[in-house]
Design a protein around this ligand. Sequence first.
Ligand code: NBP
Length: 471
Amino acid sequence: ETADIGVTGLATMGRNLARNLAHHGYVVALHNRSESKTKQIMADHSDEGAFLPASSMAEFVASLRRPRRAIIMVKAGPATDAVIEELAALMEPGDMIVDGGNAHFADTRRREAALKERGLHFVGAGISGGEEGALNGPSIMPGGSVESYRELGPMLESIAAQVDGVPCCVHVGPDGAGHFVKMVHNGIEYSDMQLIAEAYDLLRQALGRSPAELAEIFREWNRGDLESYLIEITAEVLDHVDASGQPLVDVIVDQAEQKGTGRWTVASALDLGVPVTGIAEAVFARALSGHPEQRAAARNLEGPNGTAPNYSLVEDVRLALYASKIIAYAQGFDQITAASEEFGWNIDRGAMATIWRGGCIIRARFLDRIRTAYEANPQLPTLLADPTFAEALTEAQQAWRRVVSTAAQIGVPTPGFSSALAYYDGLRRERLPAALIQGLRDFFGAHTYRRIDRDGTFHTDWSGDRTERPA
Ligand code: NBP
């Protein structure tokens, strides 16, 4: 009973997380369904810290000091349920099970409730940063009880990425809050990548620049407002020439795949009634790319394939990208707000921006601005209302409109830029055509409407004398 913590599931993520814990001085118990992975770590890394390898789950649990803390890093879904059950059967009240996989937050809520009945703490912890992050400092988003965080927090904070001396790990909220926030993080990652891809596509078509020239533009952008990990690696990918001598981006099949967290984010947003158009367009753009038969069938449809030689286009696209990014993040934070209210999570949005500054895929200078915005006004109704972001949008909006119209004129699809602009104009519009929609709903379905000049709900007798009655 000497291990501070254990990790079961020692594939890429689990192995690196266990090593990270050991590097920080913790005694780490190791377990994997097939023992070969456990042995491999001992062969390759046992000199890096204190590991206690176990060949069975019983041995693994027996090696943990109390209250026991075990992190599960296995494939999300039924495998996670199976491992939880095995662990729970061997544990005692007060012990803690942490799921660091990419679980759906509804599964985490279900598991947390079931384990609480058995006196166990269950912590669904979102972990971002891929294998490199797991080893050297990920962004960690743990849910679960306050008591469990008291025990686990210091350990998780010590292995997380650190930015300005602040760990990229904070207690997000009860039950599924951590996995929810991780899900939205992944959704935002989809929209960031879509916007970058649109900027690349538009500049390439409009200006006829080569991937290497475009890499230079992204490198330049990475020195300003857009500075981020994804912009940085965009330059790397665009610059890469493969063994055949061609830019790699030109030989990769243009069908984007997805594992499902983007889809989960959009499905949850539909349930919550939050317009996350930036994430949704990104998910749908990937889906469109993955239908080669439809793309082949549509290839000869009429439309321009023009250029737009225009000296200010590069700067215009930079501004459109930044403005659209603000919209996508504003929408993602709205979704967190809505879920926090729906599930009683009481999530501190500024703290979420803080822990996304490092370790994770969307890490960016930009997140400091979001943190500042929520610190200045914790009740901010939308990020667009923050003075700094409002000013950035004001500065960008003319360029943004030029970009969307140029893209439409030369036939380059920019669903991210266009839908973000439509969202911006929708929110700032004094009167929306939703009034007409309400009129139509009342006409065909007697769904009633409210008036701007009187309280109450009303119905017009459309099929009769068209007088209005209170409903
Ligand atoms: P995988 O998602 O590829 O899962 C492999 C691990 O699951 C192995 O240890 C395997 O054991 C174990 N496992 C399976 Br599969 N079925 C099992 C079962 N029924 N009982 C017990 N163990 C079982 O590993 P990963 O890529 O390291 O990811 C781990 C988790 O972290 C996942 O939930 C993933 O979504 C999440 N995540 C991954 C990344 C990333 O960049 N890869 C980033 C963030 C989060 P075996 O060796 O005996 O087959």
